[in-house]
Design a binder for this molecule. Structure first.
Ligand code: KG4
Ligand code: ZN
Length: 352
């Protein structure tokens, strides 16, 4: 079975083909540089770019893989959460293709697709705990199968990636700045008392990162020399951060990673039959979080499913991979499939 996956929920336009659980090919066009000028994603511009890019990406994908449209058995499309206008562009394209080719369509939960994409590299394992850390979300799930996710906890304010990006902005790094914080802190011992680990004095599995951002703001106000003179400075070829800036970056990443660790271990305590730990989303590319989660998995004797960094950020492979699972389970949508914007729960409304 071959599935074409389409991703357009935010600022990445992507398309991939998966056959029998294997990636045949993928095309991704990132809009990051375009939005960086504005310090964040501009929804209107993102939608227009998706509209401009989808068709050429599909042509390139078919040419690269040697696949014909008539070889494709099903279409999968990211149906949310995401920017509504961006989702609608990808979904309109997917619906048109499904109708024209007479093949089924499945709307995919973008967050669950992030977690399951690990299955492209290693066999899926259940029951599991899934930690999804991206620019818009920080969720912990109990995963019983690829089709059974239970949300255990979520952020009550900023997402982990949002915290990285807001702190990066305070330091005058270009958007999205998470990866610069990661790079500057690499190999530097964190000061584990510099910042407070937020929202741990409770028994729940929710997160709150806005207080941590405020703590960094206060620290930076007290140490204004840490703020870089221009947004280009951090990407400069010869840039070497001041030791105090490197320690701040390393300590911030440690504080986020250790906060995530506490909640993941709390979830593991609740479900002693857990076999696997999935970690995914753009922030799962962070080296401190990756090392921390590998350690957690080792200590709890769990199999870790942490995709390669290139599969952590938004991509089409994850949509095609999950789409094929849905198609094999006979779970489809009609042309009335609806896009779900950020903040709204994704309904389980497949027609089987
Ligand atoms: O999942 P994603 O590509 O997009 C969505 O939000 O859906 O995640 C993007 C987020 C951004 O906040 C970005 O700064 C963060 O992932 N990110 C990182 C790293 N690479 C990407 N944060 C920390 N360290 C990184 N290496
Ligand atoms: Zn994402």
């Amino acid at each position: 079975m071959m599935c074409l996956g389409i991703e357009s929920s935010c600022d990445e336009t992507a398309m991939a083909l998966v056959q029998d659980g294997r990636l045949l090919g993928e095309q991704i066009a990132s809009q990051v540089d375009m939005h960086a000028v504005f310090g964040g994603v501009v929804p209107e511009l993102a939608s227009r770019e998706h509209l401009r890019l989808l068709h050429p990406l599909m042509d390139a994908l078919l040419q690269d893989t040697g696949v014909c449209l008539s070889d494709i058995d099903s279409i999968a499309v990211s149906r949310g959460p995401g920017l509504l206008g961006s989702l609608l562009v990808g979904m309109g394209f997917a619906k048109g293709l499904s109708f024209a080719l007479g093949i089924p369509l499945s709307g995919v939960n973008h967050l669950q697709a992030h977690l399951l994409v690990a299955g492209l590299e290693k066999p899926l394992i259940f029951p599991a705990i899934g930690l999804l850390v991206s620019g818009g979300h920080t969720h912990i799930y109990r995963m019983q199968s690829p089709l059974a996710f239970e949300l255990l906890g979520r952020t009550i304010d900023d997402a982990a990636g949002e915290a990285f990006d807001k702190v990066a902005k305070l330091l005058n790094f270009p958007y999205p700045g998470g990866k610069h914080i990661d790079r500057l802190g690499l190999g530097i011992a964190p000061d584990t008392h510099l910042l407070p680990r937020p929202y741990l004095s409770n028994t729940n599995l929710d997160f709150s990162f806005s207080g941590l951002k405020t703590a960094v703001l206060k620290y930076v106000q007290d140490h204004p020399q840490l703020v870089l003179p221009s947004m280009d400075t951090v990407t400069g070829k010869d840039f070497v951060p001041a030791p105090a800036l490197a320690v701040l970056c390393s300590s911030f990443a440690w504080t986020v990673a250790d906060t995530l660790r506490v909640k993941v271990e709390r979830a593991l305590d609740r479900f002693p039959d857990t076999q696997g730990l999935y970690v995914a989303g753009g922030v799962a590319a962070n080296s401190v979080i990756r090392a921390t989660m590998h350690r957690v998995a080792r200590q709890h004797k769990l199999e870790i499913r942490l995709p390669s960094p290139c599969l952590c950020t938004d991509n089409g492979a994850m949509i095609a991979f999950y789409g094929e699972i849905l198609a094999r389970a006979g779970l489809y949508h009609n042309q009335d499939l609806e896009a779900i914007p950020r903040g709204k729960p994704i309904p389980w409304d497949y027609k089987s």
